[in-house]
Design a binder for this molecule. Sequence first.
Ligand SMILES: [Fe+2]
Length: 134
Amino acid sequence: MALEWNDKVKVGIESVDNDHKELFAIMNQAMEMDYESKEFLEIISALESYILRHFNSEESMMREYIYTGMTSHRQKHVEFMKEFSNIKGHFQTEGPTPETLERIRFLLSDWWVKHVSEVDQAMAGYINHRIMES
Ligand SMILES: [Fe+2]
């Protein structure tokens, strides 16, 4: 299932929304590629650094606004990166298998919809509230 941009995933912080839009586009592109190709592995590696950079920027925003939910939010990012790098390793060594494909499809679609619409929305609600107060 391709990632779709809609109000559920729009958090109202421009930099975060722009990152998400771009990441969604790259993740959709990755999922349409030939999983056996060298290009697929390249896009997976590029995604790993884009996503890490995006998580870091969310985390510095949470620090800046002293967001109370930061620890558990950060934990979700850590878990994602761990699972992503694990799957990437499987792709590099064994190539695509039904199991790794299922895991990567989950990570690059359902995980993001859930994370953005719940965890990022909660963070953005807090930060937007703080911005309005100041
Ligand atoms: Fe996040």
